[in-house]
Ligand binder design. Structure first.
Ligand SMILES: NC(=O)c1ccc[n+]([C@@H]2O[C@H](COP(=O)([O-])OP(=O)(O)OC[C@H]3O[C@@H](n4cnc5c(N)ncnc54)[C@H](OP(=O)(O)O)[C@@H]3O)[C@@H](O)[C@H]2O)c1
Length: 332
């Protein structure tokens, strides 16, 4: 495993982190979830990403149990707040009330005294940013989180939060956006702003939820046991990528991966890590073999000719519009 600084902070994270959205507490049984976490630890992953909302809060519980007994100082545990965790109108968003309640719930479920990074899972247009940042400041100053991050915030929102964080003397160190060969909306605005302000990207769905592994074939049913067959939740999220146009272009990447001596999954993960503003690629897995495959993307250098050839293939199916970095206009 290779390690990078999280933005300009002193915190080191593994280039590849393990995330448990859709899988833990939902798509996969606890035994498989634990086996994936074990595989992650065995292959040198130290950074784990979850959220209060995943699997209706069960994902944090599963991760907490899977990591029990590990040396806490050897791990970086990240979680998030924003999406609903209960039926009440205050069980969501970034109000002081919800942030304070949510961090306590997350710490209890994760069986830890602190998280390394606490992230605003979206921007909340119904709460003054000052209220949110002051609540984060109290959480940092009470030792419940060491660093603060945001997810899917626009460049202008990151800039405003960064100014407040400086005034409140708390470290706002990261942005967690979707980023892959197919989804490059952060390149125009979010990345330059974060480079200037010292935030690193911890990118999600670097494999476009498994699509860039090449296992989904145009005109064919999805492979058994894949996310696209998970009717509980995964199938709905991955559906937008499962068009013949996308799947046909993705298959054209196969010879490039072969020439580079990589699997398609490794190529996709290595691709996001070529961007120096990316601190870590958060990779999901439903079985331990995938973790073993994926971690080999750490430290891989892709040459300029290969990057150009990839660009040419994916250009017709790549989204680049910075306006696609979005948060809900109303609280969910
Ligand atoms: N901040 C946010 O709003 C946000 C949103 C989404 C995700 N995230 C974070 O990012 C993490 C990763 O997201 P993701 O799971 O969508 O990422 P991903 O790495 O793009 O997709 C992971 C999925 O692809 C399949 N896969 C993994 N390795 C494979 C391999 N080697 N060969 C074939 N298939 C493979 C697995 O699904 P199957 O085996 O089931 O097909 C796995 O669950 C999440 O767990 C979460 O921590 C954050």
């Amino acid at each position: 495993m290779e390690f990078r600084h999280l933005g300009r902070s002193g915190l080191m994270v593994s280039e590849i982190s393990y995330g448990n959205w859709i899988t833990h507490g939902s798509q996969v049984e606890e035994e498989a979830a634990t086996a994936c976490v074990r595989a992650a630890l065995d292959t040198g992953i130290t950074t784990f990403d979850t959220a209060d909302v995943y699997a209706g809060t069960r994902a944090e519980e599963v991760l907490g149990r899977a990591l029990r007994g590990e040396r806490r100082e050897g791990l970086e545990i990240f979680t998030k707040v924003f999406w609903p965790t209960g039926p009440g109108r205050n069980d969501r968003g970034l109000s002081r009330k919800h942030i304070m309640e949510s961090i306590n719930g997350s710490l209890r479920r994760l069986q830890t005294d602190y998280v390394d990074l606490y992230q605003a899972h979206r921007y909340d247009y119904s709460t003054p940013l000052e209220e949110t940042m002051e609540a984060f400041a109290d959480i940092v100053h009470s030792g419940k989180a060491h660093y603060i991050g945001v997810s899917e915030w626009k460049a202008s929102q990151i800039r405003e939060a960064h100014q407040l964080a400086r005034e409140l003397r708390i470290p706002l160190v990261s942005s967690q956006p979707q980023y892959s060969m197919l989804w490059r909306v952060i390149e125009a605005e979010v990345i330059p702003t974060c480079e200037e302000l010292g935030l690193g990207q911890i990118v999600w769905s670097p494999m476009a939820q498994g699509v860039l592994s090449g296992k989904y074939l145009p005109g064919q049913p999805p492979p058994a046991g894949s996310r696209a067959t998970d009717e509980k939740s995964g199938a709905g999220f991955i559906a937008k990528w499962l068009t013949d146009d996308v799947l046909t272009q993705v298959q054209r990447l196969t010879p490039l991966a072969e020439q580079a001596g990589l699997t398609m999954a490794q190529l996709a993960i290595a691709w996001v890590l070529q961007n120096p503003n990316v601190s870590s690629a958060i990779v999901g897995a439903s079985r331990p073999e995938q973790v073993h495959d994926n971690v080999k993307a750490a430290g891989v250098k892709l040459d300029a000719d290969l990057l150009k050839a990839i660009d040419e293939i994916v250009e017709p199916i790549t989204e680049r519009d910075p306006a696609k970095t979005e948060s809900p206009a109303q609280r969910p």
